[in-house]
Write a protein that binds this ligand. Structure first.
Ligand code: SF4
Length: 313
């Protein structure tokens, strides 16, 4: 993995989209291309026209490299000090502050310190890397002001498949261990079940187990989302699964590239999540992030009849 550094301009920025999602009022990003290289990642599609890629002579969709900004903590500290209307900062929204390249420069730790040393801020940590465990000292120091979530994208028996779709992220058993440790240390946690890929993490039994896991680590909220169908994420995921010999899972991903099937998959996900959360937790804790564009009218109607826990975007 080659790491490029690129100086960005922003520190802490307002993010109306994440505010609508109920995740955060502000966001911080430590880079433009995350070395975890999840096959379904939507960041390359969102920022493919960024001039950083032109300068590097690379496509945002190429693999084998990461782009980070080692100067991020300085701008974050500046904004943390000078911003008047403070709120919840998501660390990060389009990259991962504990990815291997971010770890090299201790960016997650430095950003946490920079934000939390100023009063009035909260931080929502979202990562797929257990390196965040090394920063439990900072999180613990400000424990009331930090919400911790390691994405849980499948049950333990599917950990091998997830190592194909999230090749450089921490293994699922390790993520679960760190969430349990967070609970044991009295840290505040939330669940991020996203994305729940078809054929891998969308059956009623799998969802039941994921929800029970979230309840086990005392998640204050349970966020969940379908895989984003825009851009090249689905085809890249399908191809990676195919290459690794997971033919059934590849077929399930291929199937939802059709709008009708994607729509049915989303409606089923919502219904299964509602059922499991009602059974094992409190439906008020469910936050299914739903972009209704792309849903078939019949599925939309079904979802509207019972949209408990759905966050319409
Ligand atoms: S961890 Fe997040 S930002 Fe990084 S590649 Fe995966 S989906 Fe993209």
């Amino acid at each position: 993995m080659k790491t490029y550094t690129y100086q960005m301009k922003t520190g802490i920025v307002r993010t109306p989209e994440f505010e609508r999602k109920g995740l955060a009022t502000h966001g911080v990003n430590v880079g433009l291309k995350c070395g975890h290289e999840c096959t379904y990642c939507s960041t390359p599609t969102m920022i493919r026209a960024h001039k950083a890629f032109k300068n590097l002579g690379l496509s945002a969709f190429n693999t084998g490299y990461a782009v980070i900004d080692t100067d991020t903590p300085r701008r974050v500290a500046r904004d943390a000090r000078h911003t008047k209307n403070r709120g919840i900062v998501q660390l990060c929204t389009i990259s991962d502050a504990w990815s291997p390249e971010a770890q090299e420069y201790n960016l997650g730790h430095k950003c946490l310190e920079a934000i939390l040393s100023e009063p009035g801020w909260m931080v929502r940590v979202l990562t797929k890397n257990t390196a965040v465990e090394k920063d439990f000292d900072v999180i613990s120091k400000y424990r009331d002001r930090v919400l911790l979530g390691l994405s849980i994208t499948a049950t333990l028996d599917k950990a091998g498949i997830i190592s194909i779709t999230e090749p450089n992220a921490s293994p699922i058993p390790e993520r679960l261990r760190v969430m349990q440790k967070a609970k044991a240390e009295g840290l505040r946690t939330y669940a991020m079940l996203c994305p729940l890929l078809p054929g891998i993490a969308d059956s009623p039994e799998q969802i039941e187990e994921l929800v029970k896991t979230a309840v086990d680590f005392d998640a204050e909220e349970i966020f969940a989302e379908a895989v984003n169908p825009r851009g090249r994420g689905l085809i890249l995921t399908q191809q990676a699964l195919e290459r690794a010999g997971f033919h059934n899972e590849a077929k399930a991903v291929e199937a939802i590239r059709s709008q009708v099937n994607w729509s049915q998959y989303v409606a089923r996900l919502i219904s299964n999540l509602q059922q499991s959360v009602r059974k094992h937790s409190d439906i008020k804790k469910l936050r299914f992030l739903l972009y209704p564009k792309g849903l078939e009218v019949c599925d939309l109607e079904v979802i509207k009849q019972d949209d408990a826990g759905v966050v319409w975007l």
